[in-house]
Design a protein around this ligand. Sequence first.
Ligand SMILES: [Zn+2]
Length: 315
Amino acid sequence: MRTPRKTKLDWRADEECQDRAGQEADALVKRLGLTAPIDPLAVATTEHAFLRTGGDDLGDRYDGMLEYAPQKKRFLLYYNTKYDRFLPEGQHHSRTRFSISHELGHYFIERHHCDLVNGEQPHGSSGEFKNASLKEREADAFAANLLLPTHLVNGKLSNGELTLESIERVATDFQASLLCTARGGVRLSDLPCALAGLREGRIAWLFPSKALIEAKIYPGKKTIESPVALACWTAFQGGENDRHQEDGLLRHWFQTFDRDEELYDVEITQSFLPVPVMGTLAVLLTMNEEDVLPQEEEDEEEDEIDRNYRDRFGW
Ligand SMILES: [Zn+2]
């Protein structure tokens, strides 16, 4: 069965909600005058009258949860410290930091906050960018921007083509995970690029840059079609965790509909970034902008002819 075709408009509506959530986090960081690395627990402390936090090793139960206690008129934010086991006392792993930030998203995004106050059941969240529901993706977007605020990261990630090296540098400076940072890089990039996540032998998710959607190149493929990626996935399952780059074909990763023919031979760069703790092989997909820019000139020429006719014949 063919998946329903998601249009440019659908992507925009969906992205706008996530963008707004991210912008709220950016504004919060500015309002509080925070600098990198952001401490999400310190952010929670600024709401101490209405929000309390508590961390514990919760094993595989969940990574984070936000609950409203009506008797006390106060929120409780729980987070799992299982990823902090091997870190010095008081330090938190980038995954713990992300989980706390995700729950802060549910607290600070007004609609999420109100729903919980009005009796919506709390839910346990786990993992970065694993969730399909819009609410969860909004909380993820909030978390990503809280840890990598646009005004602090801009210029460090979005200058020219994204590379694994620049991603790694920013991830270290901001104490964010490589995955979160790579996604932030794609979000801020003016160039057509994307980040894909391979899990359980399939493309589990694919996050596109705005320029990619503008070029009418869309996510939506589930099967790993790139032979190189398939070989890397097999090696990853066998315990290999090397980062490396290889060329591939655009059409193996994206749906291009009307542009299928035009983009058939376009090559892209595939940078493989294994994230064993999540069972995910992330793949950064970058390309030459000139190779994928739509041929707008012809349309403009047609518009010009239309206009001329209109003027002449009074259409
Ligand atoms: Zn959540």
